[in-house]
Design a protein around this ligand. Structure first.
Ligand code: C5J
Length: 231
């Protein structure tokens, strides 16, 4: 193994993590996707599937914080004047609430509104970067690329929702930009269980064509600070 590399058990083969260049990116763990009355629910989805992964996302975030590794959060949202919301996005689907409409948690997926916030258990702490993104991919029309460059990050561990939409899109964007990507399986979810299974299979097919996938426990075990009490 090359010096400075820690191998994380993963599929389709071990992920060669470089702790100096590794960050966690938590995609869109927002109230609007996870709580009744939000955008996800307005599309007819079972949001309970999203809340069930919160404990695993939380311990992954804590593991990165304990290891002193960067945690980056994203939020899918738009400007209050909707100037960054193309009709092709607003008019899609048949939700009872469209993006920008006023719902029980404020205006749906609008920056600064209560429903747009990251769910409280996973809230960013001081110093963590939060990227507001108008698209599915977190690199599109955001400062994410510059942030990662400034921090010297070349490898990303992914968590968040939904697996086959914003998570997979961002992984593909990252892969095209030269980042090595690892998806934490228990820390991501879809409203459609079969889509999560398919997305995981697609990501790691053909020798990790988009990236690797691993269990949260295996990631945490390898990034844990090796506190020693050697005399
Ligand atoms: C969706 C997302 N599914 N964060 N957004 O519209 O995946």
């Amino acid at each position: 193994m090359a010096e400075g590399i820690i191998e994380i058990k993963a599929e389709p083969f071990a992920f060669p993590a470089k702790p100096d260049a590794l960050a966690l990116i938590v995609i869109d763990m927002q109230r609007d996707f996870a709580e009744p009355g939000g955008f996800g629910a307005s599309l007819g989805n079972d949001v309970g599937r999203i809340t069930r992964i919160v404990p695993d996302v939380k311990r992954l975030i804590q593991g990165f914080r304990d290891a002193g590794l960067p945690v980056i959060h994203t939020m899918e949202c738009h400007k209050p004047d909707l100037s960054d919301l193309p009709p092709a996005k607003r008019d899609r689907g048949n939700p009872t609430l469209r993006i920008g409409d006023v719902g029980p948690m404020g205006r749906v997926l609008i920056s600064g509104e209560p429903g747009t916030a990251i769910i409280s258990e996973l809230a960013p702490i001081d110093g963590e970067v939060v990227i507001e993104k108008p698209g599915k991919g977190a690199f599109y029309a955001t400062e994410l690329g510059d942030v990662l460059k400034a921090k010297g990050i070349s490898q990303l561990v992914f968590a968040g929702v939904t697996t086959e939409v914003c998570v997979q899109t961002t992984m593909r964007e990252a892969n095209d930009r030269g980042y090595e990507c690892l998806l934490a399986e228990e820390a991501t979810e879809s409203y459609f269980p079969e889509f999560k299974v398919a997305a995981i299979a697609m990501i790691r097919a053909q020798g990790a064509i988009v990236g690797w996938t691993a269990h949260v426990d295996d990631i945490l075990e390898r990034i844990a600070p090796k506190g020693g009490t050697d005399a």
